[in-house]
Design a protein around this ligand. Sequence first.
Ligand SMILES: [Cu+2]
Length: 487
Amino acid sequence: MADGQLNPVAHEDFRRQTMSGTRPMGRGLLALVVSIPLILGVFAGAIGGYVLHAPAAATAGSGVPVTFHLQVYDYYFKGVGGTIDNVTNPRLNVSVGDPVTIVITDEVADTHNLHVDGYNVQSANVFGAGSSASVSFVATQQGTFDYYCAIPGHREMGMQGSLVVGNGQGGATSLPPIGPEVLPVSDIVHNATDVPPPITRTTPTTVNIWLNVTVVNGQIEQGVSYTYWTYNGKVPGPFFRVLVNDTVVVHFHNGDPMMNHSVDFHAVSGPGGGMYASMAGPGQNTTFSFKAMVPGLFLYHCGTPDASVHIANGMFGMILVQPDTPLPPVDEEFYVMQSELYTIWPIHTVGNQEFDGAKLLAETPTYYVFNGAYRGLTGNHSLNAQVNQTVRIYFGDAGPNFISSFHVIGQIMTRVWQYGDLIDPPLHGVQTVLVPAGGTAVVDLTLVYPGSYTLVDHSLTSAVDLGALGVLNVTGWANDTVFNPSA
Ligand SMILES: [Cu+2]
């Protein structure tokens, strides 16, 4: 099959389903299945072309078909044959009008692919040493265009090079239009009331916990879908509760069909917090155990490189290791976690948002979120309590990059166990608690007057404008000696 026979319309359809690290799932899966004969055709043609011809030169005459062969490693491309032989992320030079085929062959176990900006072509994923895929297109547009692996995070870790067409002048690409919202969406916002009850036993035991990685289309805000990487389908993942000196057996399943994942518990004293022991490829199960020797409120998160990408896509949660002497009892307990989302299109752009690795590297989040969504703990996800109750908020900041100045507007924190340290006595009478990225705090509020109280990151732009915001609704008697709105 000659390169020129590629149907540009069908290829474009395939690209829309797979570009920029989006996964071919849901509506995309159908397009992928439909496209398989096409892809296989391109694949066979490209491989045939490579095998039958001498290794490609890095420069070709105008209109002459040219094939480049790139080996794929973690995390770079390496040229094979001709002037690009053994060159890392080689510059690929072609002339205007050349039919171009780029074949990639995986040399490692991880998933990779090849995307070429400007021409907007993307190969199928290669997964496992020896597997190959290709892209083919005619280099009609002069300029310099990035090629890269579009698996989230991989480009930023070094998997990119340049395609130079003609004299290389031009080739600037602009933001493509956002695709439509991917439906159906599931509610990925973890309900803040989903906290297991306090442990009443006093003797350590063995506790089994289960983490199942799933990839879920959720909603950042109304009309904006996003493909989250989750533990057990929600952001954050489950809230675990154990007693100090319990032995925790972690049963880990990676239900993501594409990527490796793992879990790093900050409650672990051991290599990687369990990250290496839990690392699992697509469909794999792993198990490890640890002794929860130190009481406290601890984060857990995916540790698979690039960990910040996995955290930014939703892979985190918390585990409470209860001290021998329990914390004072309260009436309600809530689970609240802040994190950042890095997306291609600006905030409030309706459609299907996608992860943006460049924004992650620049540390410029699009959204700051509570429990995975813009203003995630409002509306039907608001927190509810009553006057004369004391409530406890287990607060964590997953980052991956920014601290939180956690504050409840209209409330003074009765008790604060800063950094999630449950060994030392709490602070009292705190207005705002600073929570580092990768840290936690336990916050008690004694509710004395009804109303709607807003949970924020008091870096207020992050909250009011960019979404790290929730609401605690308090009902009950309005004692005007406490607060009188019309005195
Ligand atoms: Cu992960």
